[in-house]
Design a protein around this ligand. Structure first.
Ligand code: SF4
Length: 367
């Protein structure tokens, strides 16, 4: 069995670690690229969500490398995610790609079904070994997020643009290669130490923006045109609403890890949206309120075009903008989107925030 899975940002690092810990053969697809997208557009339905098309491209590219089994996430709730796995499976079968597929749905909804499906993948491995594998993979996800958060803080502050990203890429590679806890901690600590030593500018010009939206577009740099890096170049310290280790802890590990404090996004969203609308629509609203309450300078929502849960959240964000007097920008992406257009909109938004901040400071000085 040669197992593959779709890309979503740095998710390949913990997923690969988990499968390899169980002595399973893994085929990581090539990083998502224009070719991946073209394959997805060619074979996916025109009206399918963008993540489905790119996942499809990932599976075709992994097949070219010899993969024969797919692990993918299934979903529940009102949006199209619940149909994704089935649709992808049918398209691949029609194209003649002979894949076994295992769809994992969140255990908080169908625990027994989840356990049975995991059993099929793990074969002769004991449950104890599975727990050990999950712990190791989770530790990698946590390390990746720790590095990412430091990188998000430092990008707008580094004196010479590019040093932070060089350290980031190298550290991710060493975390990915780590085969033991000791080598994982060494890689993480060395990365943190190098980041700590990066020469910095003063904090004065840095603004803080909270990034909210649909999980795939938030985490996958190919799809979001590397929005975090681009904002970093514009002097923005970005904080995302979703980090992989936090998502794993709350959705797959039932908040076992005490290192992560679950965010009360449902509570925060309550005055505006009091029910689950599928995907991450409620998270988007809750985190937008949280960022506004924490004094962030702006909020950016990013989502695939036609993403129903994010459209619901989009209709609510103007009320949050009014109530908290915080600038909000919504960006939808699809296969027609281009990086230049995205950067122009980011530049205009950051410019608007800086002018508003400058005016507020002047008003305060005059009082
Ligand atoms: S969350 Fe949005 S992008 Fe994802 S499947 Fe649902 S509608 Fe599509």
């Amino acid at each position: 069995m040669k197992i593959t899975f779709p890309h979503m940002g740095n998710m390949y690092i913990p997923v690969k670690a988990l499968l390899e810990y169980l002595d399973l053969e893994v085929v990581v697809p090539p990083f998502s690229s224009q070719r991946t997208l073209n394959l997805g557009i060619k074979y996916g339905h025109e009206f399918a969500c963008l993540p489905l098309k790119i996942n499809l491209g990932n599976f075709i590219e992994a097949k070219e490398l010899g993969a024969d089994t797919i692990i993918m996430a299934g979903g529940v709730g009102p949006c199209r995610f619940g149909l994704y796995a089935q649709v992808e499976r049918e398209i691949l079968t029609e194209l003649g790609y002979d894949y076994d597929s295992l769809v994992l749905e969140p255990p908080d909804k169908h625990l027994l079904q989840f356990v049975n499906r995991v059993r099929k993948i793990i074969g002769a491995n004991s449950w104890w070994k599975v727990i050990e594998a999950i712990k190791f993979a989770y530790e990698k996800a946590y390390a990746v997020d720790l590095i990412e958060k430091n990188v998000q803080y430092l990008r707008p502050r580094e004196k010479k643009v590019g040093i932070v990203d060089r350290i980031y890429n190298h550290t991710l590679a060493t975390i990915n290669e780590a085969q033991s806890y000791q080598s994982l901690y060494e890689a993480t600590n060395l990365g943190l130490l190098k980041l700590e030593q990066v020469p910095r500018k003063s904090d004065e010009t840095v603004i803080r923006i909270g990034l909210v939206g649909e999980i795939y577009t938030l985490l996958e740099p190919f799809v979001n045109f590397d929005i975090e890096r681009e904002l970093g170049k514009l002097g923005v310290h970005v904080t995302r609403s979703l980090y992989l280790s936090e998502w794993i802890n709350s959705h797959l590990l039932m908040n076992i890890s005490k290192r992560i404090k679950p965010k009360p996004f449902a509570q925060l969203a309550k005055p505006y949206l009091n029910y689950f609308v599928g995907g991450h629509g409620r998270e988007t609203v809750g985190y937008a309120v949280g960022f506004a309450q924490e004094g962030y300078d702006g909020i950016i929502q990013i989502a695939p075009l036609t993403c129903m849960p994010e459209i619901v959240a989009h209709t609510i964000l103007p009320r949050i903008r009014e109530d908290y007097q915080i600038p909000v920008l919504t960006l939808y992406v699809d296969e027609q989107s281009g990086k230049a257009g995205m950067i122009t909109r980011l530049e205009a938004f950051v410019d608007l925030i800086r002018r508003q901040k400058g005016n507020q400071q002047k008003r305060r000085a005059a009082q």
